[in-house]
Design a protein around this ligand. Structure first.
Ligand code: GLU
Length: 460
């Protein structure tokens, strides 16, 4: 069997969005899981809309995701001579022809067809005229008139369309520029592409492209068309649904591992397994199931994956990501303990700074409404008991802190909430935090005593 080569072929006319990233990931994983290569081709033939900044951003998006393509990226615009040579080859073989129909004539045919409720299609006037190249000629493909085009889609199974449904499409415009379907076929041939996995919005092009491959007497790649991604409202994913570009997720504080894991599950499954590492996916992707119905995007689910990855990650590794932009975290034991405690409360990297701020900022500010609710006379009494107990502790360990809480609860005949709430508010300035015993442990004896004493002074 010849080598498996897949490709992802974005047009650099915009940033890489979530749907494109998912298609690329599927293409890449499919090729890799079959032991093949995967190439990146930038379809930059639309000179007006293609921009270098989009190419850079697409490449950076893959870098962030940890997806490495084999070989340097291929730029479609640099292969123009080949595109035109192949068009000429088709003309020479009698599989394509010059057409000099004017735009006015084409418009008229279209209008007549519309009136008769027929599918708009070139009527074949120049098909057998054997015209030569002229100033206003285009090259049209001689699509077969009978029979049908069939292929076995990796996702959708058997596909078929009758040739009479297809048009004699333009391969080269009158200005000499090759069109999309010709460029794709020629580039796929030049790059020895064996597998084309792309969005299902390309199905109609696939039938046309297969006919071009056949006319060139070349073997046809294997195709797989992946369904689109819908937003939570069931509509096609777009800017309305919040972040759509891959690097927006990076900026939000999503981990690339979590992002990959989340998008691979949008339309692919492997039993009930949810968590996948890239290394594992490279082995198993071909054995999973590609779904043929649209997948729904859920931001909540993405955040769930992100949190799961925080929990799995070494604290040191997490700190490596946080320290460069943090005013408080350092690569030391104290920060590692803080991170360990708060990570289950964070869904995004960007949430850690605020979630952990009271471990670093000694000026705990308590909201007056919270204070009047929580620092009642009884609560202040409890805090006094606590602070005396804290001072006597010779071992600042979680068991000792917990038994002190029990002692104070018994003495005052109250439950844990009456101890935990005021203590939490006193040491963190917040109504919610990680468990108050662990929080006290990490903050340290001295800070806890100082913060509780400050509250007692202010609210007695
Ligand atoms: N450049 C096309 C697009 O961005 C993809 C072409 C292909 O995958 O064949 O939609």
């Amino acid at each position: 069997m010849s080598k498996i080569v897949g490709r992802f072929a974005p047009s650099p006319t915009g940033l890489l969005h979530l749907g494109g990233a998912r298609t690329a990931l599927f293409t890449w994983l499919y090729s890799k899981s079959l032991g093949g290569d995967c190439l990146l081709r930038l379809e930059d033939t639309d000179a007006e809309r293609s921009e270098q900044k989009y190419t850079d951003s697409i490449i950076n998006s893959f870098k962030w995701m940890g997806i490495e393509f084999d070989q340097e990226p291929v730029y479609q615009s640099r292969n123009k001579d080949n595109h035109l040579d192949k068009a000429q080859e088709l003309v020479n073989k009698g599989k394509a022809y010059y057409c000099d129909c004017s735009p006015e004539r084409l418009k008229k045919i279209r209008e007549e067809q519309q009136k008769k409720r027929e599918k708009p299609k070139y009527d074949g006037k120049c098909r057998e005229l054997g015209l030569e190249k002229g100033p206003n000629t285009v090259i049209r493909f001689k699509n077969p008139e009978s029979g049908s085009v069939t292929f076995k889609d990796l996702v959708r199974g058997q596909m078929e369309v009758a040739n009479k449904e297809l048009d004699d499409l333009i391969l080269v415009r009158s200005d000499g520029s090759p069109t999309y379907n010709l460029c794709v076929v020629v580039d796929d041939l030049d790059m020895n592409i064996s597998h084309v996995v792309r969005g299902d919005d390309h199905i109609n092009n696939t039938f046309r492209q297969i006919n071009i491959f056949k006319a060139l007497e070349e073997s046809v790649p294997i195709y797989g068309h992946v369904p689109m991604i819908l937003g939570e409202d069931g509509k096609r994913m777009s800017k309305r649904h919040g972040a759509v570009n891959v690097l927006d997720y990076k900026d939000l504080g999503v981990l690339p591992e979590a992002f990959l894991n989340y998008i691979v599950r949008l339309g692919w499954s492997y039993g009930d397994q949810e968590m996948f590492e890239l290394k594992e996916l490279i082995q198993i992707f071909k054995d999973g199931k590609l779904n043929n119905s649209p997948a729904s995007f859920s931001y909540e689910k993405l955040l769930w994956f992100n949190r799961e990855y925080f929990l799995k990650m070494e604290n040191k590794t997490l700190l490596e990501l946080l320290v460069p932009t943090s005013k408080q975290f350092k690569q030391d034991d104290y920060s590692a303990k803080v991170i360990n405690l708060i990570k289950e409360r964070c869904s995004l990297l960007s949430e850690f700074e605020n979630e952990g701020s009271y471990f670093y900022d000694d000026s705990v500010v308590v909201d007056s409404k919270d204070a009047s609710k929580v620092f009642t006379e009884q609560a202040v009494t409890i805090l006094k008991f606590l602070v005396e107990g804290f001072k006597e502790l010779t071992n600042w360990q979680v068991e000792d802190i917990k038994s002190l809480f029990n002692e104070v609860m018994e003495k005052n005949e109250v439950g844990m909430a009456s101890v935990g709430k005021p203590l939490r508010l006193a040491i963190t300035g917040r109504m919610n935090s990680a468990s108050v015993d662990e929080t006290s442990l990490v903050l340290g004896q001295e800070k806890v005593i100082k913060r509780v004493e400050d509250v007692i002074k202010s609210y007695s």
